[in-house]
Design a protein around this ligand. Sequence first.
Ligand code: PFF
Length: 511
Amino acid sequence: MENNRSSWGSNLGFLLAAIGSAVGLGNIWGFPYKMGKSGGFTFLLVYLLLAVFVGMIIMVSELAIGRKTKLSPIDAYKKVSAKFAWIGWMATIAPFLIMSFYSVLGGYCLQYIALNMTKLSFGNGAVAMSGSEIFGAMLTTPLGCVVFTALFIFLCMAIVQGGVSSGIEKFNKIGMPALFVMLLIIIVRSLTLPNAVEGLKFMFVPGYAVKAQFIEKAPNLITVLGTAGGQMFFSLSLAMGAILTYGSYLSKEENLVRNSVIIVISDTLIAIMAGIAVIPAAVANGIANGTPVGQIKLSGPNLLFVTLQDVFSNMGSLGPLFGVIFYALVLIAAISSAISLMEAIAAHWIDMDIQKGENDTRKQRVLTVSLLILFEAVIVAWDGLGSNFSPASLLGISDPPTFLDCFLDFMDCWSEGIAMPLGAMLMALMIGWEKSPELVLDEVAHGDPSEGFKKFYRICIKFVVPVVMAFVLAGQMIDFFGGPQIVWYIVSVVALVVFFCLSFFQPHAEK
Ligand code: PFF
C-alpha cells in the first residue's frame, strides 16, 4: 500500500505546504489582537515559550506518527493505540467542523476582492458605503455568501483533487512566496500612514491596551496562558489531523525536529508581520476619522471586513488596489490552510481505497468531502454571523453564552475549543504514559540523532504538555461557555486525571 500512497516532491515543498497550513486567518486576525490585548511582549513571550515546550513537541509527535504509520489520522491512531484509537476520529471530525466556517470566511475574502475590484474599475464612489454598512449588507444577503462560500470550497477541492505533490505542494510553492511579497507591500503602506506608530504601541508596548482603553484591565497570567495556548494551537494547525496527514507523505530521511522548528518560526514571524500590516493601518485610520483610540475595532471578523475596508476606502484612488492585494493575500492564507483540513479529512477514505487496491479514487473522495463541507457551510453562511438567525435564536435563548451566538462560534467551540486541546492532551498521555516516548523518538532518529532533543522531548511529552493542555482546555471553555471560571478549571483537572489513569493503568499483557 505504501508504494501507491502520495508523497511530497521535496522537503521544501513539504515545508511550504505545512507553513501554508499554519499561516491562515488565525495569524491575521487572531494573533495581533490577542497580542495587543494581552500585554504585547508578555503575550509574545508566553506564546514563544508555549511554542517551544508544547507546540514543537506536538508538531514533532504528529509528524512522527504520520510518517511512521504512513496513514491518515483515523488509521494512524488505530495502529498506534487500540485504547486511544478514537483520537483519530476526533482529529477528523474537528477539521470537518472547522471547514464549516473557514470556507465561509474564505468566501467573504472573495467577495471583498470583488468589491475592491469594482471600486478600482469604477472609482471609490461605485460602492460609497462605510465598512460596517458593506459588511452588514453582505451578511444579510445570505445567497451571495453561500455562492462565494461554494466558490471557495470549489477552489480548494480543485487543488486537493490535483494530489499531494501536483496539487497541494504546487499551490503552496507559488502561493507562499506571493503571500510574503504582498504582505511586505501592505506593511510598507501601513507603516507610512500618519499615526501608524500608535498601532505598533498597541501590539508591542506592555500596558498600552489598558492605557488607551481598549480593555479595562490587563488579563492575569493564567488567562494569558489560556489565550496564548489556544491561539498557538490553532495557528500551528495542531491536533487537527492536518500536520499528521502531511507528515505521512514525508520521506524517512527528513529531519522532523528541524522541520518543526522552521514551521513554528515561520508561522510566528508571519503572524507578527501580519500584525504590523493590519493594526497600525487600522489605528491610523481610526485616529484620522476622530474615533477614540480605544474604540477602534481590532478584533475578529470586524477587523478584516469593517476596519480594514474603511482603511482602503479612505486611501484615495490607490486604496482599492491595496484592498485587492490585501484580500488576495488573506485568500491565499485561507486556501493554503483549508486544503490541509480537506486533505486531513479525505485521506482516510483515499487510504482505504488504496488498501483495497483502488488507486484512482482521490477525485471522487475529495468531491464527496467537499459536498459534505458545503452542506454544513451553508448553515454558517446563511446565519450571517448571527445577523439572520443563530443557535440562540433558534433555541429562544435571550442572553446566550458565546458558543450559541452564531453558528461560526458553535462550530468553533466543538473543534477549536474542545477537540483541539483535548486531542493534544490525549495524544501526549498516550505517547508519554500508555506507550512510550520512544514511539516518536525512534521515528525522529531517522533524520536527527541528537540526544539533547530526546531528553527534552521525554520530559515535555510526559509532564509539560498534558498540564498545559488542561489550562488551555479550561481557558477555551471559559471563553465559550462563560460561568464561574473555577468550574472549568475543575472540569479540566478532572479530565486530566481521568485520562491519565486511563493511559497509565492497563492490563499487564497490554504493556
Ligand atoms: N492554522 C490555521 C490558521 O491559523 O488560520 C487554521 C488551521 C488550519 C487550523 C489547519 C487547523 C488546521 F488543521
